[in-house]
Ligand binder design. Structure first.
Ligand SMILES: Nc1ncnc2c1ncn2[C@@H]1O[C@H](COP(=O)(O)OP(=O)(O)OP(=O)(O)O)[C@@H](O)[C@H]1O
Ligand SMILES: Cc1ncc(CO)c(N)n1
Length: 267
């Protein structure tokens, strides 16, 4: 059994954040652990309140895990503030963490800030150099590189710029574009494209969290970066295809679609 850690925020409605990450780790056959950076009160229509954890508490959670259990991969999601980011960076470096997937979460699908705008620079400076892979969506990539991304060529250009900020691999996700869902990976030498048919649904709450956690789980299981992304892409596609129309807004994906299928619970 491989052990995977998520360092992220709690999503009370269970579709994104820590909850999505732990479901994904379990669905993909790994043991999941969590360090909570912030608690959000949110549902499918929006985020109503955010409470950050004390950075000392974030450090204590990370240290507790690494001092006792081998960690085969780490996914970092919502990190909220510069102080929390610095704490996470120091702890991951001190424990020589491996297979680090950084999802630079900034704004929720319901347009609420999940990262203090002034903390973006710290996120890039402190966490990108530690990253095995960084997984920005289009709006996040636009903020990081300071430009507009409308084409596949723009996505490639952004991937190179983000690579130059210290990440070993960068995958710019095309979930926010029109047409097929195409993600672009740059590993410092070449570009690879991962394409999925777009599922016509509004239930995409937590797709980014789920995708980055799936990459972390597959890296923990020993797959190469390309294999991990291919696996994550298939997993997120099926999770979106069997997503739940619950709530009045953007519904969550179905993390246990395979289990539900075996149990005869899918249409
Ligand atoms: N409707 C869709 N159909 C198929 N694949 C999709 C769809 N929407 C997103 N994806 C894929 O899901 C993955 C996550 O991408 P996306 O750009 O949605 O992340 P995100 O915006 O960070 O998500 P969130 O912030 O809600 O967690 C990518 O592989 C993307 O291509
Ligand atoms: C806690 C949390 N993390 C990430 C996201 C991604 O949008 C969200 N909605 N909530």
């Amino acid at each position: 059994m491989k052990h995977v850690l998520t360092v992220a925020g709690s999503d009370s409605c269970g579709g994104a954040g820590i909850q999505a990450d732990l479901k994904t780790f379990s669905a993909l056959g790994t043991y999941g652990m969590s360090v909570i950076t912030a608690v959000t009160a949110q549902n499918t229509t929006g985020v109503v309140m955010v409470r950050e954890m004390d950075p000392e508490m974030v450090a204590a959670q990370i240290n507790c895990i690494f001092e006792d259990i081998k960690v085969h991969a780490v996914k970092v999601g919502m990190v909220s503030s510069a102080e929390i980011i610095t704490t996470i960076g120091n702890c991951l470096a001190r424990h020589r963490a491996v297979n680090i997937v950084i999802d630079p979460v900034m704004v929720s699908k319901s347009r609420c800030n999940l990262l203090r705008p002034e903390a973006c620079e710290t996120l890039v400076k402190v966490l990108f150099p530690l990253a095995t892979v960084v997984t920005p969506n289009i709006p996040e990539a636009e903020v990081i590189v300071g430009g507009t991304i409308t084409t596949l060529e723009d996505m490639k250009g952004a991937a190179v710029e983000i690579y130059n900020k210290g990440a070993k691999n960068v995958i710019v996700k095309g979930g926010h574009m029109e047409g097929p869902a195409i993600d672009v990976l740059y590993d410092g030498k070449q570009f690879l494209q991962f394409s999925g048919e777009r599922v016509a649904t509004t239930n995409t709450h937590g797709t980014g969290c789920t995708f980055s956690s799936a990459i972390a789980a597959y890296l923990a299981r020993g797959l190469t970066m390309t294999e991990a992304i291919e696996g994550a892409k298939k997993y997120i596609h099926r999770a979106i295809a069997h997503s739940f129309p619950i709530g009045r807004g953007v519904g969550p994906t179905n993390h246990f679609h395979e289990l539900y299928e075996k149990a005869g619970l899918l249409d």
